[in-house]
Design a protein. Sequence first.
Length: 303
Amino acid sequence: MLKRRLIFHRWGSVVGKPDFAPRAVASDLGAAIAADGDFAIFDDGDAVTAVEVVSVGTGSEPTNLRLFALRGANDRPFKWDSAGSVSPISLRDHEYPADVSHVSLWPDGVCAHDYAKNVPRLSRLSLFLRRKMNAHAKFDALYREDMHEKLMAMEGHMRSVEVAMTRRHPEVAGRVFGTLIPENFGRRAPSIRFTLGMGKYGPRDRYLDGETEEQVFALAEQADDFVTNMIIRGRNPVTDRVETINLLHERLQVEQRFSHSSTVPSMPKPEEVFSALDQTYHAFQRDGKIASAVQGQKMRGKS
């Protein structure tokens, strides 16, 4: 069995751009791919992405896509054996090593995908749609309601933050790099891990300054695009205790196991994943978890 996390988001339109309509975009994308299979692939120079349309969806059923992170010709793995032999993996020109995520977008603005190590995130889908389809979509992570309360309780009393982040696409680098991290450093080291804080033995009544704290909140809003780990520690004035928030553990998500695909053992059966996404969506709707979830961009009272 393969373990995957099903992570939920809100999809929406980008201000100043035409409304994002998943079904219309999926229908046009499917037609374009049917006419030319290479249309499914987008190479931005740093990463290669492909998208397949599984189902266009209806007024009540989700639009289902498969999102692939591909390795281009200069980024392909090689074979090694215990005798010390190294050789290239044999692939034809139109074949790529790939990792896949299954994405569902419901008509009410909710979307979800399965996640595991090396699986592509929704930032790849957003970039693909923008560059290939001229369709502008934003995907905001959903967090458990109590996470917002915990984070707000730390405001003005933040002691430290541990962050691991990756600059995935140069088009959006300035949104994060250049604030907590200088932009020129981000270009030299696109994957970064760092800790900001008062130190374990520092004065207990000292906290991160307001500007730094604001940037930490801003980074938390964009966590799904950039952050691979983010742990925030701060004093809760109500309890007078230092509390810890592991931001990525607070997302609206569940963990499930899936059968291996009969043709690709390292990939879960697509039909099982899409079924689980839909069942979890309806369960979260019944339990009120989606209605009460906090959208990433609203963590600072923003629209």
